[in-house]
Design a protein around this ligand. Structure first.
Ligand code: PGA
Length: 253
């Protein structure tokens, strides 16, 4: 990935096929022609193909919210990154806090997912972030650094396909947002950690997105921080009235 500002919509387990298609069309129309930003949509698996058809030619990138950590096999109910790639998906989110905390995903499982997704030629957006109690105990940076350790399995030629999303768990879906200063501090620490794991050049080019209650009213200020390269938007990505202004908040370099 590059540090062109990224505005990504994580639709989570929302929308019907009809609503997903309509929203994809609206996002495509809003984004079309913009070259100073990337726009990625992460619909539910069952809506991927509908969204794909509705964003065709607009430059909007198709993403998936998760994948399994094996190429193929007896894994009932799971989806291979190779299947996603075959479907036209370019980016996969891994380690979203809802998957770590509700589904119990561990760093060991995420290591398998990361390796196979990169082998399948997908881009990976790895989500990291601390819980409220971890922040209150002053452990934010330790937690984030530990979650980033799986990046040591990224091979040199795969580095351009990796990005990170910093999403403090206490800010997701709560209406609480990290202040621009809190986001900047965490993002700078993420870049420093990635420099130690993958080298200075990798860290310099790494897109680090902020996520957690990003709205039209706070997007521009968050995106103006030097180490904030984009936004991963949940709730506000479900309507073009909110997502459109967030797309427009992407700074022009
Ligand atoms: P939110 O979700 O914008 O609704 O807080 C962000 C996310 O979980 O990616």
């Amino acid at each position: 990935m590059t540090r062109t500002p990224v505005i990504a919509g994580n639709w989570k387990m929302h929308l019907t096929r009809r609503k997903a298609s309509a929203l994809a069309r609206a996002v495509a129309a809003h984004h079309a022609g913009a070259v100073h930003r990337r726009c990625i949509l992460f619909p539910a698996f069952v809506h991927l193909d509908h969204v794909r058809r509705n964003i065709r030619g607009s430059g909007v990138v198709l993403g998936a919210q998760n994948c399994w950590g094996k190429k193929e096999g007896a894994f009932t109910g799971e989806i291979s990154p190779y299947m996603l790639r075959d479907m036209g998906v370019e980016v996969v989110l891994l380690g979203h806090s809802e998957r770590r905390h509700i589904l119990g995903e561990t760093d060991a499982l995420l290591t398998d997912k990361l390796k196979v997704a990169l082998r399948a030629k997908l881009e990976v957006l790895l989500c990291v972030g601390e819980t409220r109690s971890e922040r209150e105990e002053g452990r934010t940076l330790d937690v984030v650094k530990r979650q980033l350790r799986i990046l040591r399995f990224v091979k040199d030629h795969q580095i351009p396909r990796v990005g990170v999303a910093y999403e403090p768990v206490w800010a997701i879906g709560t209406g609480l947002t990290a202040t621009p200063a809190q986001a900047q501090e965490a993002h700078a620490a993420i870049r420093e950690t990635v420099a130690r794991i993958l080298g200075d050049e990798a860290a310099e080019n790494l897109p680090v997105l902020y996520g957690g209650s990003v709205k039209p009213g706070n997007a521009a200020e968050l995106l103006s921080q030097p180490d904030v390269d984009g936004a991963l938007v949940g709730g506000a990505s479900l309507s073009i009235d909110q997502f459109g202004p967030i797309l427009d908040a992407a700074p022009i370099a």
